[in-house]
Design a protein around this ligand. Sequence first.
Ligand code: BGC
Length: 723
Amino acid sequence: MKSKLHCAVFSAVLLISASGSFAQMKSKEAGLDKTIDGIIKKLTLEEKIGMLHANGIFSTAGVGRLGIPGLITDDGPLGVREDVKEGWGSANLTTDSATFFPNGSALAATWNPALAYRMGHDMGEEARERKKYVMLAPAFNICRVPLCGRTYEYYSEDPYLNSRLAVAAVQGMQSQDIAACVKHYAVNNQEIERNSVSVDIDERALREIYLPAFKAAITEGHAWTIMSAYNKLRGVYCSENDYLLNKILRDEWKFKGIVISDWGGTHSTVNAANNGLDIEMGSRPPYNTYHFADKLLDSVKAGKVSEKVIDDKVRRVLWVIYHTSMAANPPAGKINTPEHSKTVYDVAAESIVLLKNDKHLLPLHASSLKSIAVIGDNATHTFHLGGFGAGVKAKYEVTPLAALQSKLGSRITINYAQGYSGVYHTFRRDTSKKKDIIDTAKIQEAVAAAKKSDMAILFIGGNRDYESEGADRKDLGLPFHEQELVDAVTAVNLNTIVVVIGGAPYDIGKIKQNNHTIVWSWYNGSENGNALVDVLLGKVNPSGKLPFTLPAELKDSPAIALNAYPGENHKVEYKEGILVGYRWFDSKKIEPMYCFGYGLSYTDFQYADLKSAFPAYKNKPNINLVLTLNLKNTGKYAGKETVQLYISKQGSAIQRAEKELKGFKKVQVLAGQSSKIQFIVPVESLAYYDVKTSKWVVEPGKYEILAGSSSRDIRAKTTITIN
Ligand code: BGC
């Protein structure tokens, strides 16, 4: 009788969330706390513990007698992954295909939070249809080292750009009653020794560079769950780090949701339980041997972990179940819809970066072409699977070759040659020399195709085996002898376009020097080929901007220059402090190959009249700088431009980066037209983190405001004063 009553109580509460908007739900929260307390009273200690650890690769136990569902989580950043069985093998289902969304750095290259929202929203709909209620996404660790194997999953090297995208992605996903699990908290910036490395970082860099996007995702995006990272911070595993989990996340940011460990990333029972971890996840049975299973039960019984601590965790789990409407039969979602494909297409189209177009070969003048040589494994490679957690069994994926054939094949002869084989067997990046032998026959085939064609388009770069979770790349060199291929093809066809597909920086210095036309694209989801070809044809004017610096040489990037990667004896010191990415290159006056924020268009934009509404502003909460700028499209094509707003503190008493991104706006302007753009920048956002007082401090004095088309192409300036 009792259990039935509670089942009914719980379901009734949950039904509220299924039917109401988020705002309505919020107003019901007061009553919710009481209801949840009531439910907790009915749970046995064993039942509570069962809710706090994995009972399957992606799930935890519920409590059937009270109608409490277990959590069902799933990866991840690129879409709802395929189902797997114990041991990670494919479950071989026919019902688990999904939309493959562009990778994280592709999304970041759009500089478009509205697209991040749509992507989160659509992924949420797909998760609902697949009955996954906690999506292990988005992932947005800062790109500290260009070699990091997960750079493609993450967004960018800048905390502000990351923050804006993270907030939008979380809000989009949670609008579908699917919890976002933002990851990996925190300073998980390399894959080498990720399970043991301890990050030694000064507090200012932690606060200014590595935490802002997490903070924004929690305090503005209201993410319901967060994943603790594998690594240690200052000697303590992130999954048992009181400072990160209790002090910062809960006390400072008022996080009410669940901290979920990364898979297999829990290392203790009592410490983890008392220091803020809620749920231990992992994929290796037997699950009762987990730190948060029988051992946790014993620790409570022995008085080492109080039952109140357990109740708090269960309370948070119930709170998330309620918010996701998991137990209330949420309405079916949607999967593989044309709308989702459109989102993928729009993100992909806006992510592609035009790096070089010296001969104006692009957009292609297709009507004057009779033949095109399409060369390179990446013209036919698909990118949906691979990379551990980020694989999606795509319903479909249009490759560049398929798109070229369908859009041009009826009137233009397409001569395809593979050029190289993009097979990358070894997970640890140590391909044996044997596998690394250059395939001259393939190169000769490519040369022959290029010779007999009006032009050649080369598709090179990485792939999802080469860039992957669990390992960093050894260097930035192009894999698979692609450079030799580019050299050989370029030598026989002057009209060669190079398209680099990758999720992280590569050394394309020689291509920059020798080739006139370079396009950068990404692991761009199910619509990869369609978006790319539409950019080449000018149906889409490219508007992507690099979300990270492409260094001229690896040794120029800060962590490498300072010998602060990958660390020694399982310790890595972030010696560069706040000077990450362009902050380092600008401050040290090092010329990168292509700078942060760089990207060309088929049209030109003129920046004028950057003005501040006031010459001076008070340093007070809720005071904003109000800045305006005129942007004119002076070229022949309509196009989108991302205007980037940087600030530079003049005569600072402390070390500051030469410039810091504080705003950006992406706008569409028709040819010959102008657009007036307004930026509202909170004065508070000019602050630095003062380690001595543990406070954010806005220095008084002059600040230069810089509006640029990239971090190094500043086209308008003005100065303001903070009193
Ligand atoms: C990754 C997480 C992922 C989890 C589950 C871990 O190895 O670090 O990002 O969500 O596996 O697949």
